[in-house]
Design a protein around this ligand. Structure first.
Ligand SMILES: Cc1cc2nc3c(=O)[nH]c(=O)nc-3n(C[C@H](O)[C@H](O)[C@H](O)COP(=O)(O)OP(=O)(O)OC[C@H]3O[C@@H](n4cnc5c(N)ncnc54)[C@H](O)[C@@H]3O)c2cc1C
Length: 413
């Protein structure tokens, strides 16, 4: 059946990417976003391996490349600023620690929105207030009071997903804190940064800077180990005090960077967390992106998971004739190992940063011989079927970009 009506909650990365593929396979797509418009800026995110292939199949390779940051690489430094290690954006064929495709989340969102806005209905400043499923569809009540019926509903509404809480249960059941807090805010670039990210680590804590906005400003980045306390994400002043307290005595340029906490126009602080669920669907409702399987910022793979998941969810649904049970089962089966590899990277990265106890040895997991194989699975370990070639397929490609052959991980045994 074509013309299946699908409601997607969230217009960041996963939502608009899914809208692209649903529309391409013939669905009628509505995206509802809680914010009054696209949220600009945000952190730098990356596309590596198969997610670059998804971008290519979307026909968005040049648009995404044109919107990239110009980061040349990263230096780790000691307290005096002497370089300890260097990572370049062209290491590992562009799929290294600093990826060749690095883009601010808001800029990627804008590219995806511009691509889909003509064929997709976007509703901003609204959200799903309630929903009721029956055998053939889902009745949705919006916070604005509007009532509509859809065949399928997708939650692409991020780590704190309201749809997940509504349909699957409270966030505590699925959100796992990894024991690290991250903070970001922008500062004037009075540090002489050019195109390089700088990172200083001390006793499980880190302080870093990266240039943004043509290097006129810089993004300050801090992390510190956290117990099991909850950070109230609405109380910015309390979060700033917490950051000052936890960074006390931090060397390098940290005191100068922290001095800008009072004049920064933006501030983000949150626990590093993953979402772990047994299933991503319930009846006609399914989750995608961070809402379903956040791998945490420390995996560097959240954006890739969102893009690849969007491709597979739409393709599997269309191939299954829009039958939710079969479509969602295909999506889960293909995605799970890929998600697990990326979540494993996130957990290992946090463990390598958080200082071990006085008697324990520092983490050597990242030096293990199995680590490169895990990285390969996290970057390329998922097959991308060529859905345009599938028999009984409802839609047809509307892009002049060739779909390309199915690709599979080279790392699979
Ligand atoms: C600090 C930080 C650093 C990161 N660094 C990296 C990195 O280096 N590399 C990488 O690949 N990834 C990184 N990520 C992860 C990456 O940002 C996410 O994995 C990616 O954005 C997933 O996108 P998403 O669309 O699933 O969710 P999100 O980007 O969180 O978007 C969710 C959207 O849903 C909207 N929304 C929320 N609630 C509702 C509602 N009730 N109704 C409607 N809309 C709603 C939100 O406003 C938002 O627009 C980082 C994330 C953070 C927070």
């Amino acid at each position: 059946m074509s013309g299946t009506r699908v409601l997607v909650a969230g217009a960041s990365v996963a939502g608009p990417a899914l809208a692209h593929w649903l529309r391409r396979w013939g669905a009628e797509v509505t995206v509802v976003e809680r914010a009054p418009g696209l949220r600009p800026g945000g952190q730098a995110v990356d596309a590596r391996g198969v997610s670059k292939e998804v971008i290519r199949r979307m026909g968005l390779d040049s648009a995404v490349r044109a919107a990239r940051t110009e980061t040349a690489g990263a230096h780790t430094v000691d307290a005096d600023g002497n370089v300890l290690e260097t990572y370049r954006a062209d290491d590992d064929g562009g799929d290294g620690y600093i990826a060749e495709i690095e883009i601010l989340r808001g800029d990627l969102s804008q590219v995806l929105y511009d691509d889909t806005r003509d064929g997709v209905e976007y509703i901003f400043d609204d959200r799903i207030a309630d929903l009721t499923q029956d055998r053939d569809g889902v009745d949705v009540v919006f916070a604005s009071g509007a009532r509509r019926r859809f065949e399928l509903v997708v939650g692409a509404d991020g780590l704190h997903s309201a749809l997940r809480a509504m349909v699957f249960g409270p966030r505590e059941r699925f959100v796992r804190h990894l024991g690290l807090v991250l903070a970001f805010y922008s500062v004037p670039n009075e540090f002489g940064l050019d195109r390089w990210l700088i990172d200083y680590q001390q006793a499980g804590r880190s302080a870093g800077l990266r240039p943004i906005q043509d290097a006129t400003r810089a993004m300050a980045m801090f992390s510190f180990p956290s117990g099991d306390f909850e950070v109230d994400y609405r109380d910015i002043e309390a979060q700033k005090s917490l950051l000052r307290e936890r960074m006390a005595g931090m060397g390098w340029m940290a005191p100068r960077i922290l001095a800008h906490l009072d004049d920064t126009p933006d501030f983000y602080l949150d626990q590093v967390a993953q979402v772990v669920m047994d299933r991503w669907s319930s009846g006609r409702v399914v989750l995608l992106g961070d809402a379903a399987f956040s791998s945490s910022p420390m995996s560097g793979g959240g954006t890739g998971l969102a893009l690849v998941g969007a491709y597979l969810l739409a393709g599997e649904l269309a191939t299954a004739g829009w039958d939710p049970e079969a479509g969602f089962a295909g999506y889960e089966a293909r995605m799970r190992p890929f998600v697990e590899a990326n979540q494993e990277i996130g957990r290992l990265h946090v463990r390598s940063l958080v200082a071990p106890g006085p008697s324990s040895e520092p983490s050597t997991e990242l030096d293990s011989e199995w680590f490169p194989e895990l990285i390969e699975r996290a970057i390329n370990g998922v097959e991308l079927p060529d859905y345009a070639e599938m028999p009984d397929h409802a839609g047809a490609p509307d892009s002049d970009t060739p779909a390309g052959p199915p690709i599979t991980s080279a790392a699979k045994p």
